[in-house]
Design a protein around this ligand. Structure first.
Ligand SMILES: [Zn+2]
Ligand SMILES: [Zn+2]
Ligand SMILES: [Zn+2]
Length: 363
């Protein structure tokens, strides 16, 4: 049985057309039950936790501390179990068709906050601005220290469903000698769009989200087939940043945050940018937490990679932050087809996120 107004359509990602998502809101298509939200560890201090304030001797030495080592609010250390490290090996291994590039790079951990179990939306805006500053500074330091690094990926896993192995709130930085494929695809497709239209596709999507309104009529009956108010994809708007629910989201509650003014490089953010980004981020996370209830998520930064072949992408690429809450586990259909299934329409998800009444008492 199909529910009223059920959507069942394959949506093409406007930026990377090789990626698509199946939006199927009919009940029969609901492929699995979302995992029960894991009970959150809200403790402030855990004596066995290496990331808690006071236990600094349990981690590798501090690489950077903000605002200072004694009264740190955020602290960066090397990862004890790096997936990539810079032990001096270089070169790639080629063996028939099976090629491999030596796992060279850097892996650092940013301890986001002194408090063990604090959620992002519970941190102050000032704190989040400091954290974004720490991201920026670390990326800058890593790029400056090693010319071989092509991409520095900043990301965060929060909650066991998102793969976080240490409960204490933290982000990670992995610096790589190659540009990850999904960044490369976004860069490549947005460059093609720019060459054709002389306009950044991300900027166009923002413009569309802010202004576009249309009605689609049925060709034979003349009846209204669908009304599109593209503004329905906006989750949050700041002075300098906007949070959008992508039209073809892979994850049901996925939200992207982008600078309103064109900017390709995260390194170019100013102090004022950081302040507004912190405000938008905090409000978006508050909305997600209210709707999902104890959001477990991944987020990551996509910005222009380093390298001569990306020089021209300053005009065509637009950095952004992708937040992917993990409310379900990909099934065989998704892994086998590459087609992610969304059982809530992005329009409805955005509406529900927008309608959250944010309690502003801590703002
Ligand atoms: Zn801790
Ligand atoms: Zn742009
Ligand atoms: Zn991206």
């Amino acid at each position: 049985m199909i529910e009223q107004n059920a959507i069942r359509e394959i949506r093409i990602n406007p930026i990377v057309p090789s990626e698509s998502v199946l939006v199927a809101t009919a009940r029969s298509m609901r492929p699995r039950k979302a995992e029960d939200p894991a009970p959150r560890d809200t403790r402030k201090y855990v004596d066995t936790c290496p990331f808690c304030a006071g236990n600094e001797q349990m981690t590798p030495p501090t690489l950077a501390a903000y605002p200072n080592a004694a009264g740190w609010q955020a602290r960066i250390v090397e990862n004890l179990y790096p997936v990539l490290d810079d032990d001096g090996r270089t070169g790639s291994l080629v063996f028939g068709l099976q090629q491999a590039i030596e796992g060279y790079g850097r892996h650092e951990v940013i301890i986001d906050h002194r408090d063990h179990g604090i959620a992002l939306h519970e941190m102050s805006e000032e704190h989040l601005a400091l954290l974004f500053g720490a991201y920026r500074e670390s990326m800058d330091r890593i790029y400056a220290n090693d010319a071989r690094i092509r991409y520095v990926l900043v990301f965060k896993n929060f909650g066991p469903a998102a793969g976080a192995s240490i409960a204490h709130t933290h982000s990670q930085i992995i610096a790589m000698p190659v540009v990850p494929e999904n960044v490369h695809n976004e860069v490549t497709y947005s460059r093609i769009h720019y060459r054709k239209h002389h306009h950044c596709i991300f900027c166009s999507l923002i413009d569309e989200a802010l202004t576009f309104d249309a009605t689609i009529y049925d060709r034979t009956s003349g009846k209204v087939r669908r009304r599109i108010s593209v503004g329905q994809y906006i989750v949050e708007r700041g002075e300098r940043f906007i949070a959008i629910k992508p039209f073809a989201s892979r994850y049901e509650w996925e939200v992207h945050i982008l600078p309103l003014r064109h900017q390709s490089n995260f390194m170019d953010i100013t102090e004022a940018d950081r302040g507004d980004l912190a405000r938008v981020m905090r409000r978006v996370m508050g909305r997600l937490d209210a709707v999902i209830g104890g959001a477990q998520y991944n987020f990551f930064l996509h910005a222009r990679p380093r390298g001569d072949e990306y020089e021209d992408c300053d005009v065509s690429y637009h950095w952004h932050l992708e937040i992917c809450p993990r409310t379900s586990i990909p099934t065989g259909f998704e892994l086998g087809s590459g087609l992610f299934v969304s059982t809530i329409s992005p329009e409805e998800a955005a509406e529900r996120l927008r309608s959250v009444d944010l309690n502003e008492e801590h703002a």
